[in-house]
Design a protein around this ligand. Structure first.
Ligand code: GRF
Length: 203
């Protein structure tokens, strides 16, 4: 399966997917990386891996639709089977989601449905949670609310800051995302209505 990864930042999840895809039995190939930031650190990492990279700075386009049209033109040349959002900090229009719904994954740094949106680690700490984690889910029109494919949990330790917790969660993000992508690329999990049906990924 051909996979295009979307990033806005350092791309550590993207690198985990690139590393996993190097295995000869991995059912997906990362064929491109798209960013909405020309200076996203992950672009240089992907290029160093010989993967095609594309930057579409939002400010270069006079509308969200024009921005997405440029992205669609790049995707048309890449012919992806699957899109993986990995630290992509932009909401997609319904047009975009309808085009890829059921074959577009995202990783969110909380145990959804808890803590959708931003600042998830500080919110978990402030709520007195004793565990935190991450969720790989199908992307649907609502933000961070598509069917869950896999989750991984870590403890929240006394004295944790949002930064120390984020670092601990990232380590399991890098395990769960490649697993979830493998399951989907192998057809072992599918999105059926509001449910992810089939096997589940867990770390
Ligand atoms: C990660 O916490 C991920 O869960 C969220 O963006 C953060 C940065 O990801 N979506 P990355 O290092 O750019 O992959």
């Amino acid at each position: 399966k051909r996979v295009v990864v979307f990033i806005s930042g350092s791309g550590s999840n993207m690198m985990a997917l690139i590393a996993a895809a190097k295995a000869s039995d991995y059912p997906a190939e990362i064929v491109g990386v798209v960013s909405d930031k020309a200076d996203a650190g992950g672009l240089a990492k992907a290029a160093a891996e010989g993967i095609a990279t594309f930057a579409f700075p939002r400010k270069d386009y006079d509308s969200k639709d024009a921005h997405e049209a440029a992205i669609f033109s790049a995707l048309d040349t890449l012919s992806p089977d699957i899109l993986c959002l990995a630290g992509y900090m932009r909401l997609l229009t319904p047009t975009f989601i309808q085009r890829y719904e059921g074959r577009m994954l995202n990783i969110h740094p909380s145990l959804l449905p808890l803590f959708p949106g931003l600042h998830t680690h500080q919110r978990a700490i402030d709520a007195g949670m004793r565990i935190a984690g991450c969720t790989v889910h199908f992307v649907t029109e609502g933000m961070d609310e598509g069917p869950t494919i896999g989750q991984a949990a870590v403890p929240i330790l006394s004295g944790d800051t949002a930064e120390s917790l984020a670092a601990r969660v990232l380590t399991v993000e890098h395990q769960i995302y490649p697993q979830a992508l493998r399951l989907f690329a192998e057809g072992r999990v599918t999105m059926e209505g509001s449910k992810a049906v089939g096997a589940e990924a867990s770390a």
